[in-house]
Design a protein around this ligand. Structure first.
Ligand code: PRP
Length: 186
């Protein structure tokens, strides 16, 4: 897609909006309120999973009204492709000490479940006091996890989506809403 086509994709293809800015905003506030209630007095540490979750993570962090901290891990398994490579690569590790902390991993999307399974195993090794997962999006019927995601924003159909942090080949992360990525525009 050229940058001109990207512009058209953003400006004119409203039919492809899956989740509007307003819907996302409201959901993030709800998730923040619920997490604030559940973790009151526990000073949880949020672990944002880069790159995809950086926008959701920033908004969620500000929707949380209790004391909390944040750190980031960077992993990748999709590269430039629309399907998972099946291998999670660690690109940047966490700096914070998570032992005996209440840890809440923040994902933008759980698709195949490969990333959250990897993260769970990795986090469990450092023995946090509790380990939870929040994901803005969960692909219906696609995710293979042997544990439940504690907080889910939206269950979505099994289509490729971009926007609000989610990319196709590193692009479209800056779209304010979540869009269905139609193969025709690629
Ligand atoms: C995306 C997304 C999740 C993961 C979900 O990351 O941010 O971390 O895929 O897919 P899965 O459930 O099939 O593992 P990606 O590897 O594309 O890297 P990115 O966050 O830098 O876009």
């Amino acid at each position: 897609m050229t940058s001109e086509q990207t512009h058209v994709f953003i400006k004119n293809d409203n039919a492809r909006v899956l989740l509007s800015e307003q819907e996302i905003k409201q959901k993030v506030q709800e998730l923040g309120a619920k997490i604030s209630e559940d973790y009151a007095g526990m000073c949880p540490i949020l672990i944002g999973v880069l790159n995809g979750s950086f926008i959701f993570c920033a908004d969620l962090f500000r929707a949380i009204t209790i004391d909390c901290e944040i750190d980031f891990i960077k992993i990748s398994s999709y590269g430039e492709a629309m399907e998972t490579s099946g291998v999670v690569k660690l690109k940047k590790d966490i700096d914070a000490h998570l032992q005996d902390r209440h840890v809440l991993v923040v994902e933008d999307i759980v698709d195949s479940g490969l990333s959250v399974n990897y993260l769970r195993k990795r986090m469990e090794r450092v023995k946090p006091k509790s380990l939870g997962f929040v994901s803005l999006l969960l692909k219906e019927g696609a995710a293979q996890t042997d544990f439940k995601i504690d907080y889910i924003g939206f269950s979505i159909p099994n289509h490729f989506v971009v926007g609000y942090g989610l990319d196709y080949a590193q692009r479209f992360r800056n779209l304010p809403a979540v869009y269905l990525m139609d193969e025709q525009v690629l």
